[in-house]
Design a protein around this ligand. Structure first.
Ligand code: SF4
Ligand code: SF4
Ligand code: SF4
Length: 245
């Protein structure tokens, strides 16, 4: 009897998936190493999710229709750390021989990429899962000569995220002026994650239940001003990852 009930539940479940949109393509960031053949190869086994030491990878839910259970990264919740660990000296060091998600993938949907400084510095094409865009109008560094969190936290600092665009004269700047080099940005989402220009920080003054960290409090007044003057519809945070065309 129980087996029959489970069987019927299964039919309903499969039927429900069939009714969901089959043209769902995202916008989702796949783990680094996901090639163009990713969807054809991924068997939804979840091994990349288990292997990620930072829990950066999640599985799409039923709203993704035919792409349910395929892995993705939501940088606002947990970015990809590129299997690096930052030491007390501020330097990132590899924690494995290969990026773990690609090493665990049994079908090659996520390609194996060696986790060495030399390989990552060359920024192989398969590493690129997205690209960051920076909106200077709501960036604390560009507007208030403050912050620079994205620059300091980018695992490819001075390659993907750089300080001071060449050929631009910036008067009176003492702090960082970040800009993204799309050739080298891989879309790991770290800048997206650390950028303090977020809606909940702006809302915290009205909504007393939102408790800010010391770090967030430091920027809160400036964030409120910037988001307030940008008006509704502005895309947040000030630096965010989008899919590559
Ligand atoms: S590269 Fe490492 S940190 Fe990034 S998603 Fe893969 S396993 Fe996780
Ligand atoms: S997504 Fe941001 S943090 Fe990651 S490589 Fe690109 S610029 Fe750097
Ligand atoms: S973290 Fe955000 S606000 Fe700060 S410098 Fe980068 S883009 Fe600007």
């Amino acid at each position: 009897m129980i087996a029959r009930r489970e069987f019927l539940k299964g039919i309903v479940y499969v039927g429900a998936i069939g009714l969901l949109p089959l043209n769902f393509h995202g916008p989702v960031l796949r783990p680094p190493g996901s090639g163009r053949d990713f969807l054809a190869r991924c068997i939804r086994c979840g091994q990349c999710i288990e292997a990620c030491p930072y829990d950066s990878i999640r599985a799409l839910d039923i709203t993704a229709g035919a792409f349910i259970h395929t892995p993705y990264i939501d940088p606002l919740r947990t970015p990809c750390y590129l299997c690096q660990q930052r030491g007390p000296d501020g330097k990132d060091r590899p924690i494995s021989r290969y990026l773990r998600c690609g090493e665990a993938c049994p079908t090659g949907a996520i390609k194996r990429i060696r986790n060495t400084k030399d390989v990552l510095a060359e920024v192989p094409e398969e590493l690129k899962i997205g690209v960051s865009v920076l909106n200077r109008k709501i960036c604390l560094a560009w507007q208030y000569d403050s912050c620079g969190e994205c620059y300091y936290n980018c695992p490819l600092r001075d390659k993907a995220l750089r300080d001071f665009p060449p050929n631009e004269v910036i008067v009176g700047a003492t702090g960082i002026r970040p800009w993204v080099d799309p050739e080298h940005c891989i879309g790991c989402g770290m800048c997206n994650y650390v950028c303090p220009v977020k809606e909940y920080i702006a809302r915290s003054v009205m909504d007393r239940s939102i408790k800010l960290t010391f770090f967030e409090e430091r920027y809160a007044a400036m964030v409120r001003n910037l988001i307030g003057s940008a008006g509704p519809g502005v895309r947040l945070p000030a630096i965010r990852v989008v899919l590559r065309p």
